[in-house]
Design a binder for this molecule. Structure first.
Ligand code: FAD
Length: 469
């Protein structure tokens, strides 16, 4: 018997853009980490905003839930459906046009399915910078970046995606189109609606386009790796560099010795910066709107001051773009080395920057008491107060066996996060994965307001059900 709903969907987007075959749908249904796979009635790929709006209306009429999907690089099972098979996956991949670049307003208007790396390249071609940068940039989309309020390596200087967006076009959960594509830096006309959709993980509506902020392209960039005694010394170094370099400091990444050990084991071809092993390291990046020479002078004098004041043990300043790339590759290979070593229990948390040394000392000790010998692979964007605080099994304990402790480990880490006034999700969002922990750790007042917003904007509950709340 013909499926009237799917026939209607095909009439909207064309039969070639509705996938129902199980094997063809499979890549759209699996979590990026390969830990989970859902089911869907169809995967639908509209081409423009009008088609998205018509699809939402068709779904309302048929009572079919919608799971918006971009590059599927989210790490919390937000863009994949549950196993009921009722929902459609709404892939935004074909909404991939750059609609306009306004150099004098320093903005670009792009569709939600544009790949982040393509946006960066278009900004570069126009002589400007779109500063969002993260390891998944070759696959993730603007719509996904906005919906997860993505961070990345330059938040310290430019902010999260929320700070990089001036306007949105959204198909609401009623199937109406909200044209909020304003390129305004000031607009105090009531509620800032775009802030609701940014970070909403597709639970309030479908983002179809956005106005993004552009910046002058840096004329010089320099990278250094600094060896450190402890996270507390890293914090002192961060403050010293911020005081001396101001907005020129664009990156400050912390990593423990164990992180670089893992990279050395699994990626031995990557050059290691120091002959000796140090307890911690900071990867520091400076950008200059003047020149490479300016960045070099600033970085060398600042790192020199840190060494003189005993705020660092040793430092390597990259002398070529290849060496800078090699230093960044060490940082970017930490998650890959961890994955190669085996499964571990991950936490993407944020804390007031000043509390990070105490948080690490407190939580390391609590985990050691509960799981003696467990290995802590701690790294992250220290300049943003964001830690990837990952727990691997003690030597000799199998990774799968250790994963059975996930709930207990999460509880210890997230309770400490709450005690230190932090957040259980700094970058990746809540999705389906951290829903229970959100309910456990957020205040009833906050949860109540979030539920009220969801009920007001999506009263039928068709937008990405089962995610966040
Ligand atoms: C190797 C790797 C490194 C990463 N590094 C970082 C990092 O440094 N910082 C960081 O913040 N994240 C990071 N991430 C996570 C991920 O890349 C980002 O969250 C990214 O922004 C997700 O984009 P996406 O297009 O893949 O979204 P998806 O995974 O497809 O979707 C993510 C969420 O957004 C919703 N969504 C997608 N598009 C839309 C839309 N148009 N309208 C409404 N809702 C939508 C989905 O329903 C889902 O809930 C990393 C991921 C990987 C795999």
């Amino acid at each position: 018997m013909a499926d009237a709903f799917l026939t209607g969907v095909e009439a909207i987007v064309g039969a070639a853009h509705v996938i129902t075959d199980e094997a063809d749908m499979a890549p759209f249904l699996a979590d990026w980490r390969g830990r989970y796979s859902g089911r869907a009635r169809a995967v639908v790929l509209p081409r423009d905003t009008a088609q998205v709006a018509a699809l939402v209306r068709a779904c309302i009429d048929a009572g079919v839930p919608i799971v918006p999907q971009g590059g599927r690089t989210g790490l919390v099972m937000g863009s994949v459906p549950d196993t009921s098979g009722h929902a459609i996956v709404l892939s935004l991949r074909r909404l991939n046009r750059i609609r306009a670049i306004d150099p004098a307003n320093r903005t670009m208007t792009v569709e939600a399915g544009c790949i982040l790396a393509d946006i960066q390249a278009a900004a570069h071609t126009a002589g400007m910078l779109y500063p969002l940068s993260l390891a998944a940039e070759g696959s993730c989309t603007v719509g996904g970046n906005l919906s997860t309020n993505a961070g990345g390596t330059a938040v310290l200087r430019y902010g999260n995606t929320r700070e990089l967006c001036l306007g949105l076009e959204v198909v609401t959960a009623q199937g109406a189109v909200w044209d909020g594509l304003h390129g305004l830096r000031k607009d105090n006309t009531g509620y800032a609606l775009r802030y609701l959709f940014i970070g909403a993980e597709g639970t309030l509506g479908v983002i179809t386009a956005a106005v993004l902020k552009l910046y002058p392209a840096p004329q010089g960039m320099l990278t250094a790796m600094v060896a450190l005694d402890s996270p507390r010394q890293a914090l002192t170094l961060l403050n010293l560099l911020q005081a001396r370099c101001g907005a020129a400091l664009t990156g400050f990444e912390l990593m423990s010795a164990l992180c670089l050990d893992l990279v050395a084991t699994w990626f031995p071809a990557l050059p290691q910066p120091f002959a000796a092993r140090h307890p911690h390291y900071a990867l520091v990046e400076l950008s200059s709107t003047e020149s490479d020479l300016h960045a070099q002078a600033l970085l060398e004098s600042s790192v020199g001051a840190a060494l003189e004041q005993g705020v660092a043990r040793d430092a390597v300043v990259a002398t070529s773009s290849q060496q800078a790339l090699d230093l960044w590759r060490l940082r970017e290979h930490i998650p890959l080395a961890q994955a190669a070593a085996g499964k571990n229990i991950k936490h993407d948390i944020s804390l007031p920057i000043s509390t990070i040394p105490d948080f690490i000392a407190h939580t390391d000790a609590a985990l050691e008491r509960a799981f003696p010998g467990c290995q802590l692979v701690t790294f992250g964007h220290l300049g943003d107060g964001n830690l990837h605080y990952n727990v691997a099994p003690p030597p000799g304990v199998g990774h799968d066996a250790f994963l059975a402790n996930q709930d207990a480990v999460n509880r210890i880490v997230h309770d400490a996060v709450v005690a230190f006034a932090g957040s259980i999700s700094a970058e990746h969002g809540i999705g389906a994965m951290k829903r229970a922990e959100l309910a456990r750790t957020k205040s009833p007042v906050e949860l109540g307001m979030m539920r009220a917003i969801k009920a007001a904007l999506d009263p039928l509950g068709i937008m990405n059900p089962g995610k966040i709340l």
